[in-house]
Design a protein around this ligand. Sequence first.
Ligand SMILES: *[C@@H]1O[C@H](CO)[C@@H](O)[C@H](O)[C@H]1NC(C)=O
Ligand SMILES: *[C@@H]1O[C@H](CO)[C@@H](O)[C@H](O)[C@H]1NC(C)=O
Ligand SMILES: *[C@@H]1O[C@H](CO)[C@@H](O)[C@H](O)[C@H]1NC(C)=O
Ligand SMILES: *[C@@H]1O[C@H](CO)[C@@H](O)[C@H](O)[C@H]1NC(C)=O
Ligand SMILES: *[C@@H]1O[C@H](CO)[C@@H](O)[C@H](O)[C@H]1NC(C)=O
Ligand SMILES: *[C@@H]1O[C@H](CO)[C@@H](O)[C@H](O)[C@H]1NC(C)=O
Ligand SMILES: *[C@@H]1O[C@H](CO)[C@@H](O)[C@H](O)[C@H]1NC(C)=O
Length: 528
Amino acid sequence: MHPLRRLTTRAAFLIVTCKVAACLDIALLTKAPSAAVAISPSFLSLSIEQDRWTDWVGTTSRNEFFFNTLDNLNQITGQPPHIRIGANSEDHTNFGNDVEFAEDIFPAVTATVPYPEATNITVGDGFYQAAQFLPPNSHVSWGLNLGENNLTAAFLEAKSLAKAFSSSQIKNAGITLDAIEIGNEADLYSNNGLRASTYTSTQYVSEWTTFANNVSATIIAEFPDISPKFWGAAFAGSSHSTTGFSPQAIFAEGVLTSPAGKLISTISEHHYSGSFCSGNGGLLQDLMTKSTIRSNLTQYSPDITSTHAKGLDYVLGETNSYSCHGAPGVSNTGGAALWTLDYSLFASQLGVLRVFFHDGIGFKYNLIQPITLTRSTLDGTPLTTPSPPHVQPQYYAAIIAAEAIGNSGNTKVIELSINDTRVSGYAFYEGDTLARAVLINSQAFFTTDTTPRTSVQLNLTFTDASPPKNVSVKRLFVPHADDTTGLTWGGQNYDTSDGRISGSLQVDSAAATAGIEIQETEVVMLSF
Ligand SMILES: *[C@@H]1O[C@H](CO)[C@@H](O)[C@H](O)[C@H]1NC(C)=O
Ligand SMILES: *[C@@H]1O[C@H](CO)[C@@H](O)[C@H](O)[C@H]1NC(C)=O
Ligand SMILES: *[C@@H]1O[C@H](CO)[C@@H](O)[C@H](O)[C@H]1NC(C)=O
Ligand SMILES: *[C@@H]1O[C@H](CO)[C@@H](O)[C@H](O)[C@H]1NC(C)=O
Ligand SMILES: *[C@@H]1O[C@H](CO)[C@@H](O)[C@H](O)[C@H]1NC(C)=O
Ligand SMILES: *[C@@H]1O[C@H](CO)[C@@H](O)[C@H](O)[C@H]1NC(C)=O
Ligand SMILES: *[C@@H]1O[C@H](CO)[C@@H](O)[C@H](O)[C@H]1NC(C)=O
């Protein structure tokens, strides 16, 4: 922490009056209220664009950097993040017996899409077998090709996938295939050339059922170690009604009634806050803003309710800030880390089981860049010095969420009611006992700001018991909302060549009732 800030923070602890421009009451319950919801240790998970899957995970040995970034999270919560592999490129993938790992054909690089997805991917057994290099006990969901409407392609992929997850390397590592997805964003097939412009959800349900019946019957007959389950939907958007593409519509059209339909465990939907191929400060503040985060997510409430009514889980199986692989100067910044944290934790309040942040090699909105890059992720220009594997600011959101959830295996979370358009917060309970709180100040403080960075004083009150004596205070320091580096979490960082933590831990102790300052573009975690 900057010495000056340590001083001002200390000073605020002495007198419980409003020392800064704004004071906010934060009412906490020391016992879990009934509205607190269970949150999974792997709540914040990853979706990986599959064309370059082996660049992420490795081919004949593991990618240590990627492994370490996942293992960091595993060490905090006791579970590695779940991994969904597929996305756009899943609908352009075929199987080739003579292919060892994967052969990709890429379109031309452009300034707005410096790292395009391959348009044609042929994979072999080694492609699926590479999942053995994930951390032990990883849970995987994998997409098969529906887009090209070639049942043989999906059938051959499914056999190779099931063969890999039946292998001793994967089984002995406790790595499991949770679910199979068939087709990515079928609601877009009518305008991306994969189907006629008249394509409907009824046709989708019919095709999905044919493919899923084939794939599940094949796996059940030939791979007794695998009990196939499916993710349904995986739509890019939703009509939120029984007309058009939505979970409600495909339920009404009978997607759950076939033998394979009965194996759907989870409904997945995708969400981006918009599509911007260029960015600016206004766009970053919009992304971070409390009210837009809430309105982006609450529109899914009818879908979540319908899904739960069928006894199924609901996930955001692919999500991130802005499509176009992220907006430059927005998706790759410190401000996006605050967005990621608030967006994820708010999703937990709506009944979302897990959020899968989408990442592809060189995408702007990645949490992790797992290999050396030789051209700019922002505009595709060649880099004079190659950029080695590194984490991006959003990775800190995954770390903070993991620490807030902890390793109890029995954590609940509830959003705190905070009367402020910028500050949001969540209380975490282990069993029934208040363990931690996370507060987020989403007022963007930019490199271009000429006025001093302001703070809000958080005045903690405990409404059901006497306050705990002391709290420990850990801070995510973000130099500026639009900075892409320089973040520290409790004084430590992950800016290392191996993706492991570096620096010495700085956590302050404060009297619980003294008032805690939170500055613009900052996260504070309180541990009780
Ligand atoms: C903080 O909360 C306490 C207890 O409700 C109250 O007495 C005090 O005035 C508050 N302080 C500020 C600065 O709001
Ligand atoms: C993909 O590439 C392979 C190998 O070049 C080729 O055989 C196949 O026809 C291509 N598929 C599509 C859909 O273009
Ligand atoms: C699945 O489809 C493949 C390719 O068309 C076919 O060879 C196979 O017999 C089918 N299997 C089942 C169980 O329907
Ligand atoms: C469908 O996939 C199979 C298996 O890879 C391939 O042999 C066949 O050519 C494909 N069909 C079309 C129409 O692309
Ligand atoms: C989602 O958030 C973006 C800002 O990131 C905003 O422009 C958009 O209007 C929001 N959408 C909804 C449906 O609230
Ligand atoms: C919320 O804050 C506004 C001013 O920021 C204030 O006028 C209002 O009374 C507050 N509401 C509650 C319920 O405290
Ligand atoms: C509690 O916080 C005060 C600062 O308010 C500090 O002086 C004291 O050492 C802390 N006590 C413990 C047990 O950490």
